[in-house]
Design a protein around this ligand. Structure first.
Ligand code: SF4
Length: 194
């Protein structure tokens, strides 16, 4: 496998394919926006709160919590850091990924990201990850997300698509949801959409 993708590549690609393309093919032009900094800071604050939060907010009474778990798979060519992994909740032989988001809704790009965490954790821990949680920070609420075999296959297929566009340096189509372009940090490169 030529190079390693990150789970962030996948999230960006799902949000708009061009963002993943620009981030990979023009890595020096990407500014760090206030929105990005806000998201990073919110995630770090949430980890501190999570240390105090009880497992019962996820519906469990027992389980081992591991925060900020760094993951890498040579087989998948993928690296990531998951906010929280809950091992063997309530004595079950599973692992549950948790991702904190500064959002009020669970977008498809968040689900794909969670599916990648599941694949990486399954390989690392040797346990199945049949579901996970997106923790919506503004609502202070975890949303349970099923991580079925089709969801994981979709995540793998998306990673393959990203590899193809980066390898051929072919700019993909813009997102059909043009409202996303309004506050996009790459809008100056997308004269055809605005
Ligand atoms: S401006 Fe729109 S099409 Fe261009 S990268 Fe941003 S979201 Fe995608």
């Amino acid at each position: 496998m030529a190079w390693t993708l990150t789970v962030t590549d996948l999230k960006q690609y799902t949000y708009c394919p061009r963002i993943a393309y620009f981030a990979r093919c023009l890595p020096d032009v990407r500014p760090v926006t206030a929105k990005m900094e806000e998201g990073i800071a919110a995630g770090q604050e949430e980890e501190t709160r999570e240390q105090r939060r009880q497992l019962r907010s996820y519906g469990f009474t027992t389980g081992d919590r591991h925060f900020g778990v760094s993951l890498y798979s040579a087989a998948l060519g993928l690296t990531a850091q998951v906010d929280l992994a809950i091992l063997r909740p309530d004595g079950t032989e599973i692992v549950v990924p948790v991702d904190y988001k500064l959002s009020r809704t669970v977008g498809e790009h968040f689900k794909l990201q969670l599916a990648c965490y599941a694949l990486l954790l399954e390989e690392e821990m040797g346990l199945p990850a049949p579901y996970g949680f997106i923790y919506l920070i503004p609502l202070r609420r975890p949303e349970r997300v099923p991580l079925s075999a089709p969801a994981k296959r979709k995540a793998l297929a998306t990673l393959a698509e990203i590899r193809t566009i980066v390898a051929i340096e072919g700019m993909p189509a813009a997102t059909a949801r043009r409202a996303r372009c309004i506050d996009c940090e790459f809008r100056r490169f997308c004269n055809d959409v605005l």
